[in-house]
Design a protein around this ligand. Structure first.
Ligand SMILES: [Zn+2]
Length: 310
């Protein structure tokens, strides 16, 4: 499993079960049972059994392992205890960092893309280990493609699923972007949804010139090659959305955000039109019309980075 993704469950028909935890592992151990309320479950019938739950901004975090104060980490800082008997390290399992990152990336996305802050709840479900994450998703969403983290959007609250590992914060940033840009109205096309998520998934200070995608895109542009935006726009399912499409989508989003102000405004306006439900011409067609030398501008944009590196 490598990449992360966003799935609209209403559109795909994938939501065919409710989130009732006891069936997942067939046990009643208090620290193994989990229940997450969704619009499919009558609230009064739901018992919350997550070992750790807390609210930060619009995020309701649920975790399957107890959160304890760490003796080794600074006072007031919390870490999550991993599986029974296993010591958690504060660098890996720091809920304070998680909470700060959720809020920070949400604000970055809203500010950059001029998205009005929403108040609806986003559930963040964190598992202490990959096998628990897999078991949960297999039980409740057996038809979903396997990804390292997921954001699921039903008519009810958005749900973000991930597990603890070294790059957890990167995964959370990626999925929070999906949550913010899919909040209202019509979802963006896959390439744009994933491209924006790839852009924001790196720490804020690395977004302009520090993405791991950048060297490959610069190399292509040095050969005067730009990825086909029309080709990207034809990819209509996550199953077809392979690794190279993430890189190419990131490149187009980076180009639109940083090439010049008119292009950034065009991207922001397109996303606003989608959110408001305004019928809108596909962005790739708008760009062909408003920017006749799109390919040349794209290549020049990334060649600039080659000269910076040189
Ligand atoms: Zn994604």
């Amino acid at each position: 499993m490598t990449r992360r993704c966003c799935l609209g469950l209403v559109a795909t028909g994938l939501i065919n079960t409710h989130l009732s935890a006891d069936e997942v592992d067939g046990s009643n151990q208090a620290n193994r049972t989990r229940t997450l309320s969704t619009s499919k479950v009558a609230p009064g019938r739901v018992k919350t059994k997550w070992a750790t739950e807390y609210r930060v901004g619009r995020f309701q975090v649920h975790s399957d392992a107890p959160m304890v104060a760490s003796k080794s980490s600074p006072a007031g800082e919390f870490v999550q205890a991993a599986a029974a008997g296993q010591a958690a390290t504060s660098s890996q399992l720091d809920h304070k960092k998680v909470a700060a990152e959720l809020i920070a990336v949400q604000r970055d996305v809203e500010r950059t893309l001029k998205i009005q802050p929403a108040e609806s709840t986003i559930h963040v479900v964190l598992f202490h280990a990959e096998h628990e994450y897999n078991r949960y998703l297999s039980a409740y969403f057996p038809k979903l493609p396997r990804r390292r983290a997921l954001y699921l959007q039903d008519r009810g609250p958005g749900m973000l699923f991930a597990y603890w590992h070294a790059d957890l914060l990167e995964d959370l940033r990626h999925e929070v972007v999906h949550a913010v840009v899919n909040d209202e109205g019509q979802s963006p096309p896959i390439w744009l949804d994933e491209g924006v998520a790839e852009y924001f998934e790196v720490p804020a200070g690395q977004r302009f010139a520090g993405s791991p995608h950048l060297p490959a895109v610069v190399a292509k542009c040095n050969d005067a090659t730009s990825p086909s935006l029309a080709g990207l726009a034809k990819v209509k399912s996550m199953a077809e959305f392979t690794e190279g499409y993430y890189r190419d989508s990131w490149a187009w989003v980076h180009f639109l955000l940083h090439r010049n102000r008119p292009l950034r405004r065009q991207l922001v306006r397109y996303l606003a039109d989608l959110r408001s439900g305004t019928p809108v011409e596909p962005l790739e067609k708008q760009l062909q019309r408003t920017c006749p030398d799109l390919h040349q501008q794209f290549v020049a944009h990334f060649r600039h980075f080659a000269s910076r590196q040189g």
